[in-house]
Every structure is written in structure tokens, then in C-alpha cells.
Write a protein that binds this ligand. Structure first.
Ligand code: ATP
Ligand code: MG
Length: 414
């Protein structure tokens, strides 16, 4: 189990910077997901940590020791790639035993036709057979040991790749989108199995993915990576409720957080599209801001109080236990699309084309400046850190602090 520290890591391919100063600490036994869009540099980061790629600046430390320049095999790291990289001409058993054979036996000792084996080699081979059987049973492929990779399904190949990575009991387990070739059902069950394996074995793990569900369901913490930078590190819950950067806010949560252009004057934040005051904020600096609201934090009703925001209902999606209501806030070129997540019985009362009335739940607003950083409006505490309704303990306090502010609105649409 390794402690990993990545310090100010930089990497360019030619003139193109790919990693622009990555800092990340991974605790012993932690499962961390690196989540980001395609091309943001996730695989490059993983390859550098594995020692498969050289970096330009910064350091990688394992257990406090700088490992820059150390060959992959001396780092005690196992990697599982998206393409499982199994040897097609070898059986599953041979694929699994290979890392141990390469580590424990000399070149002549590896030859299968050597007849007179020393006691040591016999013991080694028996140990390796035992390890192969244990690894196979860990990922439930005991019955497949004599097959070749071509005779396996995608999911079975993926298990073989996992078992092969784990058989050496590495200190660090690196996984690069290992589930992307699996269908949705198999993905979901394998997610849980990988986490169980990692917990059972107590290995530190870094899991690279562009799939927020994988990151949120599997990891202890998530590092959100955008354009070669890590913009936020935290638990799924922390990033969901308290995003420090608008890009992190947009990457976590389905449907995405709604974003509205806003205008701050010295005492209030207004929706640019309608002029509605969404929160009073003493000390707000004048200028443009972005207002973020999660879909479940929009209350939508056919008839609203005078201070609600009039919106046009554009589309309804019934999903069984919930409904997504698509709306347009404001009119013409100023209009902004948004999605509210409602109880289906409430959504039932709405019709496409009608005007409905929206309010934002107290304590659930996120405000970002033009650079996408969360805004500290009152100079004491970022508004985005005011607890959302799911933080039960603080909900009442949060609601009291903002109630009557976020809900202030004007009726201005015809
Ligand atoms: N060997 C290379 N030579 C030149 N450019 C490269 C090389 N490897 C990666 N890149 C570029 O670096 C950027 C980051 O690539 P990387 O594979 O790390 O992204 P990623 O986040 O893993 O993307 P994906 O989710 O699609 O796998 C991309 O723009 C890619 O084209
Ligand atoms: Mg990649």
C-alpha cells in the first residue's frame, strides 16, 4: 500500500502543454478517481506515475521517495488499460502467471522443457500455481484458466487483466478506463467488484475515467481534471454540494447544474435574463457573475407567487420516480435553457408551451465569477458553501440565512 505525492507535474508533447502543474496527494489505501473530459491529460498523468512516460518538470513521490526516472518494474505498480493487453497466444493461466514468472525465475528456469528442476524452482512453480488459482478465484474465472483470450467475452478478458495486475500484490494499482469496453450491466457489476477487490487487498488505487458515475460510485475522492489542471479534489458529495470551480460543478451531476448569467450590484444578484433578484448579497462587487442551480433545487409550479421567475415549459420527460422539466428562462436571445427535477405528480400539472413559475430553493445557489471560481460575496464565506437541502444538520441554518432572499423575484414576462 503506497502513499503517492504528485508535485507540480508538467508535461508537453512538442509545443503542446498537456499537464500544466498537477499537484495531488493520494493516501495509503485510498481509491481516487481522476475524472475529466477526453484529451485533458488523464492517461498521460497515469503513464507518468507508472513510469511509462517521462515528464518535463515536477516530481512523483512514492512513500516519500522521489521515483522520477525509475523504471516501471521497480515502482511496484500494476496498470490495467482500457485495451486489456493480454497475450493472445497464451492461456489465461499463462497470462496470469507471467508477472510472477518474470519476477521470480531466472531466464533458464522459465523454460517449460527443463526436466531436472531444482527444489527451489519446483517450490517457486508450485507457489506461482497457487497464486494463479487464488487470483483467478478472486475475480471468479477459475473455470477459464485453460482458455486463450480469443475464447473469452469482453467482461471475462477484463477480469483476467485485473487478476494479472493484482497477482503481484502491487503497492499501487493504476486503472485507465478499464470498463469502457463493457456493456452497461456488466459495467455496473464490475464497478462494485473492483472496489471490493481494492478494499480487500488494501491497495492504493488511481482510477482514470471520463464517466462521472464510475468516479462517484467507486472512489473515496475525485480529482476533477480539465485541460491539464486539477480544478478540485474532494468526495463526490463535497464536489456536488460545494464546487469551487464552475467546471467541476458542471462535470458532476446529471442533468448538469443549470447556469444563468447574473448581474451583481452592491446589494443583490439578479438574473440577467429577467432582472429577477435571486439573492440579496451585501458587499457583492458590481459586475457579471454566473448563477448555478442544481435541477432538484428549482421549484416549478403552474401558478407562482408574485416574486417567482416566469419560465416557458419547453419539454417534459417522465422517468418513473422523477420527472425532468425543460424550461426557457427569459425571452428571445436573452433566454437561457434550464432543467428542473420534479416529483412526477407535480410535473403532471405542467404542459409544454405554458408559462410556469420558478423559485430556487433557499441555500442552494452557487455563484461563480467570470473565471469560473466560486464567489465569496459577503467577504466571509463563499456563498456556494452554504449547505444545500441535503445537508440535513445545517439545512435549517442555511435556509434561515438565505430564505426570503433567493426567493425574491419580479413578474416581468407577458
Ligand atoms: N505520445 C503523444 N504524442 C503527442 N501527443 C500526445 C501523445 N499522447 C497524448 N497526446 C496528446 O495529449 C493530450 C492528452 O492525452 P491523454 O491521452 O492523456 O488524454 P486523456 O485525458 O486520457 O483522454 P481520453 O479520455 O480520450 O483517453 C491529447 O491532446 C493527446 O492528443
Ligand atoms: Mg485516456
Amino acid at each position: 500500500m503506497a502513499h503517492i505525492e504528485i508535485r507540480n507535474l508538467e508535461k508537453s508533447f512538442g509545443d503542446t502543454p498537456v499537464l500544466r502543474g498537477i499537484d495531488l496527494t493520494i493516501e495509503r489505501g485510498e481509491f481516487i478517481a481522476v475524472l475529466g473530459p477526453s484529451g485533458c491529460g488523464k492517461s498521460t498523468l497515469l503513464r507518468i506515475v507508472a513510469g511509462l512516460e517521462a515528464h518535463d518538470r515536477g516530481h512523483v513521490l512514492m512513500d516519500g521517495r522521489i521515483v522520477d526516472g525509475l523504471a516501471p518494474k521497480t515502482r511496484d505498480v500494476a496498470v490495467v488499460f482500457q485495451s486489456y493487453a493480454l497475450y493472445p497466444h497464451m492461456t489465461v493461466a499463462q497470462n496470469l502467471s507471467l508477472p510472477l514468472v518474470m519476477r521470480d525465475l531466472t531466464r533458464p528456469e522459465r523454460l517449460p522443457f527443463v526436466r531436472h528442476l531444482s527444489g527451489r524452482v519446483k517450490r517457486m512453480r508450485a507457489d506461482i500455481r497457487g497464486a494463479v488459482e487464488r487470483a483467478a478465484s478472486l475475480v471468479k474465472i477459475e473455470g477459464l484458466l485453460d482458455r486463450k483470450p480469443a475464447q473469452l467475452s469482453g467482461g471475462q478478458r477484463q477480469r483476467v487483466a485485473l487478476a494479472r495486475a493484482l497477482i503481484r500484490k502491487p503497492a499501487l494499482f493504476l486503472l485507465d478506463e478499464p470498463l469502457s469496453n463493457l456493456d452497461a450491466t456488466l459495467r455496473a457489476s464490475t464497478r462494485a467488484e473492483i472496489v471490493q477487490l481494492q478494499r480487500t487487498l488494501g491497495i492504493t488505487a488511481v482510477y482514470v475515467t471520463h464517466d462521472q458515475t464510475e468516479a462517484m460510485t467507486m472512489s473515496d475522492r475525485i480529482a476533477i481534471m480539465i485541460e491539464g489542471r486539477i480544478v478540485q479534489v474532494g468526495t463526490a458529495r463535497e464536489i456536488y454540494h460545494h464546487p469551487t470551480d464552475v467546471r467541476a460543478a458542471l462535470f458532476i451531476g446529471t442533468p448538469k447544474m443549470n447556469l444563468f448569467d447574473g448581474i451583481a450590484d452592491c446589494s443583490a444578484i439578479r438574473l440577467a435574463a429577467t432582472g429577477t433578484v435571486v439573492t440579496r448579497a451585501a458587499g457583492a462587487r458590481d459586475g457579471a457573475v454566473q448563477i448555478g442551480v442544481r435541477p432538484e433545487h428549482i421549484v416549478l409550479e403552474p401558478e407562482g407567487p408574485g416574486d417567482a421567475i416566469p419560465v416557458a415549459v419547453t419539454h417534459l420527460e417522465f422517468l418513473g420516480s422523477e420527472a425532468l422539466v425543460h424550461v426557457a428562462v427569459g425571452e428571445g436571445t436573452q433566454s437561457t435553457p434550464a432543467i428542473a427535477r420534479l416529483d412526477p405528480d407535480v410535473a403532471e400539472t405542467l404542459k409544454v408551451g405554458q408559462t410556469a413559475y420558478a423559485r430556487f430553493r433557499p441555500g442552494a445557489l452557487h455563484l461563480f465569477d467570470n473565471d469560473g471560481k466560486c464567489l465569496d460575496l459577503d467577504g466571509r464565506r463563499p456563498l456556494s458553501s452554504i449547505p444545500g437541502p441535503l445537508d440535513q444538520d445545517d439545512a435549517a441554518a442555511g435556509a434561515q440565512r438565505v430564505v426570503g432572499q433567493a426567493m425574491v423575484g419580479v413578474r416581468n414576462a407577458g
